[in-house]
Design a protein around this ligand. Sequence first.
Ligand SMILES: [Cu+2]
Length: 126
Amino acid sequence: MRNHLATRVLAVVALGAIALTALACGSASGSAGPVQTNEVTMPKSYRFSPETIEVAVRATVTWRNQDNFTHSVKLRDGGEPDHIVKPGESVSITFSRPGTYAYECSLHPQNMRGTVIVTDAPPAGG
Ligand SMILES: [Cu+2]
């Protein structure tokens, strides 16, 4: 007598569970629209905050360095010299013409970039 044990291997195709990422309401504010302020900080970890701001023409924008490293504010259109800003210091630039001014930290241009949008509109609540 031979016991023939036939083993059936059932190939179970496991369908990988498809993780549907729920669309979370209120995503983190990454690079949203421009923020209406004339104050930009350089917090720790090499960045400008907020990255994009909007001011009225003739406004003075102040950048404050709150990082532990020296940074700079350099307008990329070349209209201003490079402003070196040491930790704890600040620099102010007055924008006398409307336009969109891209700037960067000349010491860390790959990490630190920002934009100042200067509008022609008079300041709100003038
Ligand atoms: Cu920098």
